[in-house]
Design a protein around this ligand. Sequence first.
Ligand SMILES: O=C(O)CC1=CCC(=O)O1
Length: 96
Amino acid sequence: MLFHVKMTVKLPVDMDPSLATRLKADEKELAQRLQRDGVWRHLWRIAGHYANYSVFDVPSVEALHDTLMRLPLFPYMDIEVDGLCRHPSSIHTDDR
Ligand SMILES: O=C(O)CC1=CCC(=O)O1
């Protein structure tokens, strides 16, 4: 199942900079592992915002929820999710 996910990062202004640096590094490591595993299919910066548009490929809504909750920045993000299905005019019949 494919899901479009918008993540907006909102780190507290008074967060210890070393904690912020560690959270971002841990987030990057997990994000890159999930990309290599084919779970995090797209990761795009939204220009001008500390936010991203992503596409996840997971077996269920529960799997998406679990994956998002594992993200180190999860406590500091607003997350919006939309389920995706094939558009009848899409020519990409081989995509899931
Ligand atoms: O910077 C972001 O948008 C949050 C994030 C997602 C994956 C990552 O490495 O950072």
